[in-house]
Ligand binder design. Structure first.
Ligand code: CA
Length: 89
């Protein structure tokens, strides 16, 4: 699928599965998994635990204590808007 939009979406899904799958709850990301993903995939974005807590709370829209795939997609959309300048270059 390479550089197609479908390929990019497959990468995002694979990325979610990779981090969501590290504990027993494989369909969603715990705070630890989200932290790991952000540190690995977007180094420097999260500074400290307080920032992570705020970020996690903002993402966990249904307040069930985990980030589902739907909530993750919202995160990706937000990141794309935040980092738009980077992609424009
Ligand atoms: Ca949730």
């Amino acid at each position: 699928m390479g550089d197609s939009m479908l390929g990019a979406m497959a990468v995002l899904k694979k990325n979610f599965d990779k981090y969501a799958g590290t504990d027993a709850e494989k369909g969603s990301m715990s705070k630890a998994e989200l932290s790991e993903m952000l540190h690995q995939e977007i180094p420097g974005m999260i500074g400290d635990k307080k920032q992570l807590d705020q970020f996690f709370t903002a993402l966990d829209e249904d307040k069930d204590g985990t980030v589902s795939f739907n909530e993750y997609i919202v995160l990706v959309g937000s990141l794309m808007m935040m980092l738009k300048e980077m992609f424009d270059q």
